[in-house]
Design a protein around this ligand. Structure first.
Ligand SMILES: Cc1cc2nc3c(=O)[nH]c(=O)nc-3n(C[C@H](O)[C@H](O)[C@H](O)COP(=O)(O)OP(=O)(O)OC[C@H]3O[C@@H](n4cnc5c(N)ncnc54)[C@H](O)[C@@H]3O)c2cc1C
Length: 607
């Protein structure tokens, strides 16, 4: 009975359906770390305000940046303009992370359709989601804290952005609670962003089975997947952005009442306020930010005394620049937008591809006690866990053995019997997974392609801010991408053959795709895997490079050709790192704070 309840509860629990007594006690336990200072939006509605710094977007990077600026000088007035609201209480619970992707808490985008990809996905396009709340995507993400491979940073070849250059800025916000188990010098204690270890294999024994299979195949186990050298090639538990077992997203870390500077009198945060345009003078110096507040979209204007920093994320920062007349000249002219500056905004968009198409039937998870009580009592049970996502593997596939960095990242998710759902897939594809899941629990292995070959592109569909952006994904545009993902599927097939998998009762199942039979595609053949990848792989929700360093912004994150405008979020990373990009986005926020402080302190001194 409890087994059914404990595993099913994760899949059935929505924010609204959490037991009231659980929510009440959770709020009590979270205390000021889940409470936020007053909303500044009402004061914006009263009339034009002036701030020294306006930070657009209170997400991973924006929250870090705004808090640092406000802390640096009490006479600097800092405003965060955030489209979303405070994080919901459900976001505190690690085990509910994938239940947060709901209307109102996310921005959702679908890519343009392509003949050669995404045919098995809903709407035949790659879905992309981002967080829309204080803390941004760190409020809805999966919690693993990773940095990618040091050579990702060195490989960009941008002055001041090599791994040793950025390392202090990763460490600045770290409150790493497992410091003793990690290589010395690479991590830090005492920062705002608490990172804790995962609690071992107790919640799902499949973690132990995967570990054993990795050992049989001679693949490395690593202690620190953010480490140098061979560090991030191998399997291991990933640390998580959480404090005392509750999510520690950027909102909690930097803006909550418990954050060191969250309640600073000079730091104002406007919620449900969407920036729609930057206004410039004749010399391209920013003057003001236009925004709309609330469901009524009431227009407001905020004057900027020193700088605007765009931290709206890799999909919305470029959109705001384009709406402001900063972007490819021809595109803007075609939409009737006055051109402020010709700039390759949106042109370099990159992403990770996720291929959630490898399925095993697996034995059920062991019974646990009442998950709500267990979580509140000692942060145990399924609500305290992100399940198999706690264990990740980074590898170089056959054709990428000579790469400096990993080419794929393996993630695992268990679905209890009868609970599979996947809003990314077309109905008939989702049905194929469901029919296997009707027999037993399943484990879906999703390799991520972490260095796709070709960029995509973001552009405007119209000059109207409320219209969705045009999103062209570059994933799978080159055969190399498909080949690497097929090779990753072959690696999983090897795991399926290990003694560990067989003895534990894990059985690989090939998902039939519509048309396979007619085409004579044999399950497990190379043609089968290629077709699967082209049908089922889509975005891993890790967009970067849409306002890339060296292209749109200079090495100090200033938009080239404008004055008083920087971009400081995942969109400036010139390419994907070999892991999930929350920590890199926070690092960018920390870097930006340093640049802004240096530049404005020296201006003040010169004055
Ligand atoms: C489902 C999912 C799971 C993920 N899991 C992980 C993980 O486990 N580990 C990891 O490292 N990474 C993960 N990521 C990715 C990571 O969280 C993001 O890459 C990172 O948070 C991006 O930070 P950012 O500062 O660039 O943008 P965001 O954190 O997205 O912040 C942008 C903010 O700007 C706001 N905004 C946007 N436009 C406007 C506007 N016009 N006006 C006002 N406000 C605006 C948004 O509402 C948002 O709050 C995941 C992503 C997703 C979607």
């Amino acid at each position: 009975m409890w087994q059914l309840l404990s595993t099913h509860v994760l899949f059935q629990t929505f924010q609204m359906a959490l037991p009231p007594s659980f929510v009440q006690e959770l709020r009590r336990q979270a205390g000021p770390s889940a409470e936020y200072p007053a909303d500044a939006a009402p004061s914006l509605l009263e009339g034009e305000a002036t701030y020294d710094f306006v930070v657009v977007g209170g997400g991973s990077s924006g929250a870090a940046l705004a808090a640092r600026l406000a802390a640096h000088r009490a006479d600097w007035k800092v405003l965060v303009v955030e489209a979303g609201d405070d994080p919901p209480i459900a976001a505190e619970v690690p085990g509910l992370w994938f239940r947060l992707w709901q209307q109102g808490l996310i921005w959702s985008y679908r890519s343009e359709t392509r003949e050669d990809a995404f045919q098995g996905l809903r709407g035949k396009g790659a879905t992309m989601i981002r967080g829309r709340a204080l803390g941004g995507t760190s409020t809805i993400n999966g919690l693993p804290y990773l940095r990618g491979h040091p050579k990702d940073y060195d490989g960009w070849g941008i002055d001041g952005w090599g791994f040793q250059d950025v390392l202090p800025f990763f460490k600045r916000s770290e409150d790493m609670r497992i410091l003793e188990s990690l290589p010395s010098g690479l991590h830090a204690e005492g920062g705002e962003m608490t990172i804790e270890a995962t609690k071992g294999d107790a919640v799902d024994p499949l973690k132990g089975v995967i570990r054993a299979a990795v050992g049989e195949l001679g693949l490395a186990e690593v202690a620190d997947q953010s480490g140098p050298g061979p560090g991030v090639v191998g399997w291991g538990d990933v640390p998580r952005t959480q404090r005392d077992g509750l999510r520690c997203g950027a909102a909690k870390a930097f803006l909550s009442k418990a954050a060191p500077h969250g309640s600073a009198a000079n730091l104002h945060v406007a919620r449900r306020t969407v920036a729609t345009k930057l206004l410039f003078d004749a010399k391209n110096r920013v003057q003001a930010v236009e925004a709309v507040v609330g469901a009524e979209r009431t227009p407001v204007k905020v004057r900027v005394a020193k700088e605007v920093v765009l931290c709206a994320g890799a999909m919305e920062s470029p959109k705001l620049l384009l709406l402001s007349g900063v972007g490819p000249c021809d595109d803007l002219t075609a939409l009737g937008l006055p051109v402020v500056l010709d700039s390759p905004v949106g042109r370099g968009l990159q992403d990770h591809a996720m291929f959630p198409g490898i399925v095993f039937t697996v034995p059920p998870a062991p019974a646990t006690a009442d998950p709500f009580t267990a979580f509140l009592k000692d942060r145990s049970g399924p609500l305290a866990s992100i399940g198999l996502m706690e264990l990740m593997g980074f590898a170089r596939t056959e054709s990428t053995r000579d790469w400096d960095v990993p080419s794929v990242q393996f993630t695992y998710v268990r679905y209890p019997k009868g609970m599979y759902q996947n809003a990314l897939f077309a109905a008939e594809v989702e049905e194929a997974f469901k029919s296997i899941n009707a027999e037993s629990d399943i484990m879906v292995v999703s390799p991520f392609l972490v260095h796709p070959a070709k960029p995509g592109r973001l552009s405007l569909r119209s000059a109207e801010p409320a219209d969705p952006i045009k999103f062209e994904s570059g994933l799978l545009a080159e055969q190399r991408d498909v080949d690497i993902l097929v090779e990753s599927a072959r690696m999983v097939e090897q795991m399926a053959q290990t003694k560990s998998f067989k003895e534990a009762g894990l059985a690989l199942r090939y998902i039939p795709l519509p048309g396979d039979e007619a085409l004579g595609v044999a399950p497990g053949s190379t043609a089968y895997w290629q077709r699967c990848v082209r049908h089922l792989a889509g975005s891993a929700f890790h967009p970067v490079a849409s306002c890339a360093l060296g292209e749109v912004v200079d090495a100090r994150l200033r938009v080239r050709g404008l004055a008083g405008v920087r971009v400081a979020d995942a969109s400036v990373l010139p390419g994907p790192v070999s892991a999930n990009p929350n920590a890199p986005a926070i690092m960018v926020g920390e870097r930006a704070a340093q640049f802004v402080i240096e530049d404005h302190d020296s201006v003040t001194k010169a004055d």
